[in-house]
Ligand binder design. Structure first.
Ligand code: CU
Length: 281
């Protein structure tokens, strides 16, 4: 029995130690303990704020626990048979109101500055439009930036994802391809109900609302695949409309644009797309 428990402890320790190392970039990983690895400034800052607040929460929780333990030990019926009749203590009441306010203000300062950084999109190099629909995404590349086409992005089946050596439930047929090192502005809108465009490694998460044009931005130097999911409960297949973004070099992006323009040219007059767009424009 002892051997079993020591082995279990070792296994738990190994998993615990392995978890931070295996924190995924662009996708979740088994036994992941922390946020996905950040690849944008926004995601890095969001993670830092998260970690900072976690320290504060931990300290407060331990402090409250210590107070509780102190009360239980010091003021139980046996240890303190004659209780005090005190009902008010002005100094204490000012302290337990004032100190939490100061802590919240202390947290609010970096929080609001990050919020501002996240919301104030810098001048974009490239603008794309993401339209959330039940249950897939449509992406559009504006004509004035070498685009002028749009396409639907649907989740691959488990078998197709495996064949393509991509994660199940996250891989799609047509990825959103974008260049590294450029500021990308994503205009986000809902085509039918409210969806949400969220990519954890980018620190991006914004509602796609019918009739309202939202926007978010990101800039990363790291080429690779980054996955996200619709993050607003939008119906039966809410879990099956992933977002897959492939970040490539600007040269490869230029080449992809030329190819994609030909490939998706037939989509340009797709009546379904025009009909749904006329509702949101
Ligand atoms: Cu959705």
């Amino acid at each position: 029995m002892n051997r079993f428990w020591s082995r279990a402890a070792l296994a738990a320790l190994a998993l615990g130690l392995a978890a931070p190392a295996s924190a995924g970039t662009g996708q979740p990983s088994p036994w992941q303990m922390n946020l996905q690895n950040p690849v944008t400034e926004v995601a890095a800052r969001t993670g830092a704020l998260h970690d900072g607040v976690l320290w504060i929460i931990t300290a407060i929780t331990l402090f409250v626990l210590a107070l509780l333990v102190y009360v239980v030990v010091r003021f139980n019926e046996k240890a303190n048979p004659v209780p005090s009749k005190t009902t008010h203590h002005t100094g204490l009441e000012i302290a337990w109101t004032g100190i939490p306010i100061l802590i919240l203000v202390f947290i609010a300062i970096p929080s609001f500055s990050l919020l501002r950084y996240q919301i104030d999109a810098p001048k974009p190099d490239i603008t794309v439009k993401a339209i959330g629909k039940q249950w897939y995404w449509t992406y559009e590349y504006p004509a004035d930036q070498g685009g002028g086409f749009g396409f639907d992005s649907l989740m691959l089946s488990r078998e197709d994802a495996q064949k393509a050596n991509q994660p199940a439930l996250l891989a799609v047929d047509n990825e959103l391809v974008l260049p590294a090192g450029k500021t990308i502005l994503v205009q986000v809108v809902g085509g039918d109900v409210i969806h949400n465009f969220a990519v954890p490694s980018f620190g991006v998460r914004i509602d796609a609302i019918p009739g309202r044009l939202n926007q978010t931005w990101f800039k990363t130097d790291k080429e690779g695949m980054y996955y996200g999911q619709c993050s607003r409960l939008c119906g039966a297949n809410h879990a099956f409309m992933p977002i897959a973004i492939r970040i490539v070099s600007p040269e490869r992006y230029a080449a992809w644009l030329v190819e994609a323009k030909k490939k998706f040219a037939s989509n340009a007059d797709d009546s379904v797309k025009v009909a749904s767009l006329s509702r949101v424009d």
